[in-house]
Design a protein around this ligand. Sequence first.
Ligand SMILES: CC(C)(COP(=O)(O)OP(=O)(O)OC[C@H]1O[C@@H](n2cnc3c(N)ncnc32)[C@H](O)[C@@H]1OP(=O)(O)O)[C@@H](O)C(=O)NCCC(=O)NCCS
Length: 332
Amino acid sequence: MERRSRILGIGGHVPPRVVTNQDLTQLMDTTDEWIIERTGIHQRHWVEPGDSGAAMAAKAATQAMAMASVSPGDIDLVIYATLSPDVNFPGTGVYVQRLLGLGECAVLDIRQQCTGFVYGLSIADVYIRSGMYKNVLLIGAEIHSTGMDISTTGRDVAVLFGDGAGAVVVGVSDDPAHMILSTHLHADGREAEILWVDKPGAMHHPRITHEDIDAGAHYPKMEGRKVFKHAVTRMPQVIMEGMVQNQLKLEDIDMLIPHQANLRINEMVAKMIGLPPEKVHNNIHKVGNTTAASIPLCLLDAISEGKVKSGDLLCLVAFGAGLTWASAFLRW
Ligand SMILES: CC(C)(COP(=O)(O)OP(=O)(O)OC[C@H]1O[C@@H](n2cnc3c(N)ncnc32)[C@H](O)[C@@H]1OP(=O)(O)O)[C@@H](O)C(=O)NCCC(=O)NCCS
């Protein structure tokens, strides 16, 4: 059998500070009802001063490595997916490498926003299948709370996002009952500005001004309705693409683990492809949208609730800024 890859271990970490919708009503003009009705989110976690993406990631990675029974010297490559690096450069992956004592292994930071984890899984899979690496530590980690406009002006974005980290160890599989079957990656830059942060950016002279800060140019901007429409179009497409490639029927999917951007998006996606609600796992009510951390945290939640069994066929699907969208099919 040709060399294949599988997820050997998974871990997650969210900061202890819980911010409920009710808490947000103290900071902006919003209501618990509005947020729950539009998004399904009840609470999210926010970091406190002193926390970092690398530290959260290291906690998640430690769990994943323990489950995978690999030690620091076994990791050949770290892939760190985030849109919110701890510092402007270097990438955050090297800080995780340092915290975990991973020696001088390769480290790669990627910037695919909400689709980062699935892109990272694809990279890990290809490196392992090629024979170049044996164990890849893939992390999705995000700190949104320090980068959003936490006021009525920014409320459309600020209520959606939370902080957290998820990690998996991807290693070699010698068993077709447990392996990554396929990954499917897409992007379309034509509408990159419907969800973005403009400044600071190297194309600007200077990268940011005092006036820019006063105008909030450093906060994320989103055209929510357009993003919603793209998400409910692209996610069903990329699920179908994987089903066709793997010659799967809908009944073959044991659990869909969708990116957690909005419960209404995921309900619509499931309806469009005809998947019953019990075959879709969501944890957005607890953590909000944690971008690159979203899928591993959702998968971990499904596992801890006993909804994923050994050998189950899982479909991971994501959509995010860029625009980017992707799916992965695997036997757990
Ligand atoms: C953001 C989102 C929940 C907004 O829902 P919507 O039904 O499109 O709402 P709209 O943007 O049309 O706004 C409706 C009204 O609610 C208001 N509103 C926006 N955010 C609000 C908030 N947090 N609380 C209360 N009211 C809010 C708007 O100002 C608007 O008021 P108006 O009618 O007086 O102008 C929805 O568009 C969405 O989820 N989009 C996808 C976002 C996403 O997934 N992003 C991440 C992708 S990875």
